[in-house]
Design a binder for this molecule. Structure first.
Ligand code: FRU
Length: 459
């Protein structure tokens, strides 16, 4: 808990390694988040399913681990998968390794005990007629009276693919066909962690490929997906293998694995690795791409208001000396044709460490610059940029700083970075616009509460 890089309001297990979010579901009102987890060591190894629950998506309690690698078909690891509500019974669907096979575990309604099905694996091998590059990460949804499933895969020399299956009871599965195959030259030969969900009047496919998380928006008819748009889920370079689910209020909510961007030695010394992103509401924009925004529940984590101003011009710039590195900055930037609003966070007073979030108002880009984030030479340093949507020239910017996590949202786009400042006084915020006029309607900085769970407190 003294580790100055360990986040205080993003979810992570008590110790060890975590990667993909799994089995996201709201079951009888409570949110459940499972995850790929190795409690023994901050590297992946034989992962099990960690488990946490929450009433509001932001305050989590650790629960006992849900699934262990304890059967012949999953003894090398209980890999990623999803959860569904089968008429009041929670069912987890996951990949056991090796080889990659699909399995299910049936839960009690208390969501504390999960029994692996006696006839696992429920899908013992990939389709025979395909030369697949992988076969994992089932994602299941209800379609009328049946269940449909896509499995992350790829067809050799062709491209990443999602394989479509159907079932009446989650136990017997029938292979249908590839619902969509990508182009290997463009989007790789293997797609991990497919998520397939209806948003407004479209179908959206999320896949994780070669360290990137991409999505397609399109139509799904007769079991075939036809995309009309492709986008990036988070171009900050730190988010991978996101999972989405529809909650009881019908929102589509996304969590993603924020991996470490420091050396394996520093990771081993920390004793933990991997964080979940803030929960993000995913919506379809009027122009057909996806918009991402923190769920409104995140606002309930705001503690003291550290700074507040209305109708200021950032032209001259100023610094805020803060005693905390868990903050949110919210700025409403007024329409303007040029100028760059720069917000440096986790900055040392001498300026030798800082992470800079910039909005270029003329070019309409959002950037995050980690080239000076840490004096530690082994930490990743880069400049990442993405185009922002136009909202009548206005930009609503929200930056969440949680020690080693920086999430920057602007007009529906998000960039996330992991950063590792070394200096104890790297807690300053500096806001500037390079001497050019940059009016902001409001600018607020809050301290965010420490909601790190410490122990199981459920039920
Ligand atoms: C994605 C992934 C999945 C797999 C899991 C194993 O990060 O490689 O494809 O199921 O992690 O931990």
């Amino acid at each position: 808990m003294d580790d100055t890089h360990r986040p205080k309001y993003h979810y992570l297990p008590a110790r060890g390694w975590m990667n993909d979010p799994n089995g996201l579901i709201q079951f009888e009102g409570k949110y459940h988040l499972f995850c790929q987890h190795n409690p023994e060591w901050p590297t992946s190894g034989k992962v099990l399913w960690g488990h946490a629950a929450s009433d509001d998506l932001v305050r989590w309690s650790h629960l006992p681990h849900a699934l262990f690698p304890d059967m012949p078909y999953d003894s090398d690891g209980v890999w990623s998968g999803c959860a569904v509500n089968d008429n009041g019974t929670p069912v987890l669907i996951y990949t056991g390794v090796h080889p990659e096979v699909q399995c299910i575990a049936i839960g009690d309604r208390d969501m504390l005990h999960f029994r692996k099905y006696e006839e696992n694996p429920v899908i013992a091998a990939p389709p025979r007629d395909l030369e697949v590059t992988g076969f994992r990460d089932p994602y299941v949804w209800r379609n009328g009276n049946e269940w449909l499933m896509v499995i992350g895969s790829g067809i050799k020399d062709k491209g990443g693919a999602i394989l479509l299956y159907r079932s009446d009871d989650l136990r017997k599965w029938e292979y249908l066909h590839p619902a969509f195959v990508g182009d290997s030259n463009d989007t790789g030969e293997m797609w991990e962690c497919p998520n397939f969900i209806r948003i407004s009047d479209r179908w959206v496919l999320f896949v994780a490929v070669n360290s990137r998380s991409i999505y397609f928006v399109g139509d799904f008819d007769d079991g075939r997906f036809v995309p009309v748009y492709r986008g990036e889920t988070d171009l900050g370079g730190s988010l991978y293998a996101p999972q989405v689910f529809r909650d009881q209020s019908r929102r589509v909510v996304l969590f993603g694995w924020l991996w470490e961007r420091q050396s394996p030695e520093s990771q081993a010394a920390a004793g933990w690795a991997g964080v979940q992103s803030l929960p993000r509401v995913v919506t379809l924009s009027p122009t057909g791409h996806l918009d991402f925004a923190p769920v409104p529940e995140v606002d309930s984590l705001r503690d003291d208001l550290l700074f507040h101003s209305t109708m200021t011009d950032l032209k001259r710039g100023f610094s805020l000396e803060l005693q905390t590195n868990t903050i949110e900055i919210a700025a409403e930037i007024e329409p303007q044709d040029f100028g760059v609003c720069q917000i440096a966070v986790l900055r040392s007073p001498d300026g030798c460490e800082e992470t800079v979030v910039s909005c270029d108002l003329g070019a309409r880009t959002l950037s995050i610059d980690t080239t000076k984030s840490s004096l530690d030479e082994s930490a990743v340093r880069e400049l990442r940029s993405v185009r922002m949507s136009d909202r009548d020239g206005r930009v609503s910017l929200r930056i969440f700083v949680d020690r080693s996590v920086v999430e920057a949202y602007a007009n529906g786009t998000v960039l996330t970075a992991r950063v590792y400042p070394r200096k104890a006084d790297s807690t300053q915020v500096r806001i500037s616009a390079g001497g050019v006029s940059c009016p902001v309607g409001s600018l607020d900085v809050w301290r965010i509460m420490d909601v790190s769970p410490t122990a199981a407190t459920f039920p």
